[in-house]
Design a binder for this molecule. Structure first.
Ligand SMILES: [Zn+2]
Length: 442
């Protein structure tokens, strides 16, 4: 074929693609699901070579299927080498046996939203001791984690985004990279990925044009983009290529009556701090029955399989407790109801603790989050899948983490209870394994 014909053919193909894109605004502009992404820290591997066999466990492998009783998992080095019924296991004679009768074995939990700032101690007390073996800090600059290089404390796998991308005037000046043009958004994405970012976080003032260029740049570097929104509607951000939404509140302006959404945005454009008072006002007025904006949004979330990290526990309000106004209580009811609809319709849910929450004891925000998911009607097994497999996909580490399968990293948590019956039992952590080494537990 001549060059002329070849370029003709390419032009025709291009025209067809453009026509298709115009016809169907839902066509993916960017790859939403990268894999092979890495943590910033190096996790130690076992130095002695004896295998570990966990026997008689009730296995919940993270894939969402029914638990397997009398299961055996064998770990060699930092890798899972056998998963299956005890009766089918050939346990090496050199193996150390752990009898897990009466206990449940789960993949290490993952936390999609945790801010630790400068503290290894918080990471141990809030995360590792509670079975969390990997987390992402969506939005704190790398400088908050320079201590990682000189720390020998055993901590979970740390996934970072670098500072979040915001615009003038940024809500959190010490955490933001202030973006003025779409080109600056592209540059910031590239700089962050060069420094080890495994995702990009965008913040409330970043305009849609810069969100688009950030998503294109991130897609080129094979990392996902996740967003905290107030001023840009979630559906617009998702169409621009955003793959994850942090906080259930980020859906407010997509669901609210357009006049109410405008009022909300005007208040927040003037003063970022106004978001705290205006969010409950906006959400209390959202009507989820007969809402013409609800179905298109749910359809988009399901179609794109957008990751929803709702951080429900942060917004929890109970009547007559902790200065809750009727407005805040009604707003939270609506948030929980919208979350339930997302789950019922098959949207992709992940678990993020946001470090602390009003009705969680210190270090137990993750627990409160999964309890609220159950309160919204999510089945415990689905919550466990959201906490493990889905979070691993969200982190882009599903090739190594998130499920108990042969060849995956041995990040495990043994629970002295049954979280498939009552999700709160997930708090009964017996032992935690990180990369083949028992690192926490009783
Ligand atoms: Zn946050």
């Amino acid at each position: 074929m001549s060059d002329y014909h070849l370029s003709r053919l390419m032009l025709v193909a291009l025209a067809a693609t453009v026509a298709l894109l115009k016809q169907s605004p839902e066509v993916l502009a960017v790859d939403p699901q990268p894999t092979g992404l890495r943590e910033m820290n190096s996790v130690a591997s076992p130095t002695d070579s004896h295998p570990i066999a966990i026997v008689n466990a009730r296995l919940i492998d993270g894939n969402g299927g029914a638990p397997l009783d009398d299961a055996c998992v064998i770990v060699e080095g930092d890798t899972i080498v056998f998963v299956g019924p005890q009766s089918e296991a050939t346990i090496p004679s050199t193996a150390e046996r752990i009898d897990a009768a009466g206990k449940c074995l789960l993949p290490g939990l993952l936390d999609s939203h945790f801010h630790s700032r400068s503290s290894a101690k918080t990471l141990v007390e809030y995360e590792l001791n509670n079975g969390v073996t990997a987390f992402r800090d969506p939005g704190h600059p790398f400088k908050f984690y320079h201590w990682l290089e000189n720390s020998d404390t055993v901590i979970p796998r740390v996934f970072l985004t670098g500072g979040h991308l915001d615009a003038e005037p940024p809500a959190w000046p010490d955490q933001a990279v202030v973006i003025g043009t779409p080109q600056q958004a592209t540059d910031a994405v590239n700089q962050h990925v060069d420094q080890g970012a495994s995702a990009i976080k965008i913040y409330m003032r970043l305009p849609l044009s810069s969100i688009e260029s950030a998503c294109i740049a991130a897609s080129g570097r094979k990392v996902p983009v996740t967003a905290h929104l107030e001023l840009i509607d979630a559906d617009d951000a998702i169409r621009a290529g955003v793959g994850g939404i942090e906080h259930i509140t980020s859906f407010g302006t997509s669901l609210a009556d357009p006049a109410h959404a405008r009022e909300f945005k005007q208040a927040i454009i003037k003063d970022s701090e106004a978001r705290r008072a205006w969010r409950p006002r906006l959400w209390q007025r959202i009507n989820l029955d007969n809402n013409p904006r609800l179905e298109p949004l749910l359809n988009l979330l399901v179609q794109r399989q957008t990751f929803i990290s709702p951080t429900l526990a942060v917004f929890e309000a109970r009547a007559n407790e902790k200065n809750a106004t009727p407005e805040k209580v009604a707003a939270f009811d609506n948030m929980l109801q919208f979350f339930a609809l997302c789950h019922q319709r098959g949207a992709r849910i992940v678990v993020g603790s946001h470090t602390a929450a009003p009705f969680a004891a210190q270090g137990k925000a993750y627990l409160r989050e999964v309890e609220l998911m159950a309160q919204a009607g999510m089945q415990p097994l689905d919550i466990i899948t959201a906490a493990t497999k889905n979070n691993a996909i969200f982190l882009g580490a599903q090739d190594r983490l998130g499920t108990i399968e042969i060849g995956k990293q041995a990040d495990l948590v043994l629970i002295d209870g049954d979280p498939t019956k009552t999700i709160s039992e997930i708090d009964k952590v017996d032992r935690v394994m990180l990369g083949g080494i028992w690192v926490a537990g009783r």
